[in-house]
Design a protein around this ligand. Structure first.
Ligand code: DAH
Length: 335
């Protein structure tokens, strides 16, 4: 009997587990009514009385050891569960807890990330601006008809304080405050005194791009925009530049991308042309460089500007711009 007890003591000593069921099975095997220890107590009754003292002692020891082991393993299990519950996964995005990003933010971040990879920094400027940064420095002379292209909300007249009509105002601030090379993208909100409809809103967002250095050419502009278009709309995307006019760039162009929905074949989103207009661009006019105290003989540069809502509407096939401002949860939940 002593041998059996020592054998079981060895087993108890070796037993390890962090599974609830295994620990319970161990308890049944050793301490239940049909377990080893109960069996041994029955056997104990039959042994000669002179052995009882010694065997009784180790038998009690066996029982204590088994109970202590189970208590120890159960405690370990409890602590483990608690610490697992308390563990914080720092890699989880906080957005998982607080709903989802607005489609305009999603698109804006995507655009900024692409230009980031090309070495563009991110910059911003004020929404309440003066005439100089929104118009005059950008080669819109007073009374020039080009000012009518952008209906302005004025806050004060003389001197003019207004809500910026485009993020090109950040261009002139960046050129005033930094020396070339300058390579920056400027996202932000812009305001125009326009009637609200399915296609236009009086508040929307733009991303402006600016690159000023020595020997920057139109080919650099085209290549940068092609890279952007392929990264954003997909590898098969082509771009097309159409001559256009902006006071602050010369030459100027409007850029179309092949429609990503029909891959250029023609559908109702691209009005069966196969192309979608996404931005305006051009080489920074030397007058603008000089207005911002940059030597136009030494430096050249390109600029571009795009509307984020328009790109979001193209990408997600949203038919009405107003949906992007109404904060209807049924709409926002889809992104
Ligand atoms: N600021 C123009 C607009 O709001 C967009 C634009 C066109 C920006 C050409 C540019 C550019 O930098 O070169 O319509």
């Amino acid at each position: 009997m002593k041998k059996k007890i020592f054998n079981l003591l060895g087993k108890i000593d070796k037993f390890k587990s962090d599974h609830k069921e295994e620990i319970e099975n161990f308890r049944i095997k050793f301490l239940s009514k049909k377990g080893h220890i109960t069996e041994l107590f029955d056997e104990f009754k039959k042994i000669p009385s002179e052995e009882k003292r010694e065997v009784g002692k180790i038998l009690n020891e066996l029982k204590n050891q088994a109970s202590a082991k189970i208590k120890f393993l159960k405690n370990n299990l409890k602590n483990k569960n608690v610490s697992e519950e308390k563990k914080i996964d720092l890699s989880l995005e906080s957005t998982n807890f607080f709903g989802s990003r607005h489609p305009v933010s999603i698109i804006q971040n995507e655009i900024l990330n692409i230009f980031n990879r090309l070495g563009f920094t991110v910059s911003d400027g004020p929404e309440i601006e003066d005439d100089w940064h929104v118009f005059s420095s950008l080669n819109f002379p007073k009374e020039h008809p080009a000012r009518d292209m952008q209906d302005t909300f004025f806050i004060e007249k003389n001197p003019d304080i207004l809500l910026r009509t485009h993020t090109s105002s950040v261009q002139s601030r960046m050129m005033e405050n930094n020396r070339p090379p300058i390579r920056t993208v400027s996202p932000g909100r812009v305001f125009r005194n326009e009637a609200i409809s399915a296609r236009s809103h009086c508040i929307f967002h733009q991303v402006e791009g600016l690159y000023i250095a020595e020997n920057v050419s139109f080919a650099d502009l085209k290549q940068t925009l092609l890279y952007f278009a392929k990264e954003f709309f997909g590898e098969k995307t082509e771009i097309r530049l159409r001559p256009s006019y902006f006071p602050f760039t010369e030459p100027s162009a409007e850029v179309d991308v092949t429609c990503s929905i029909c891959e250029g074949k023609g559908c109702n989103v691209c009005k069966y042309t196969g192309w979608l207009e996404i931005l305006g661009c051009g080489m920074v006019d030397p007058n603008v460089l000089e207005n911002c105290k940059i030597d136009s003989k030494k430096y050249t540069g390109f600029a571009f500007g795009m509307g984020i809502e328009r790109i979001a509407m193209t990408k997600y096939q949203i038919k009405d711009i107003r949906l992007l401002f109404e904060n209807d949860i049924r709409f926002l939940k889809q992104f």
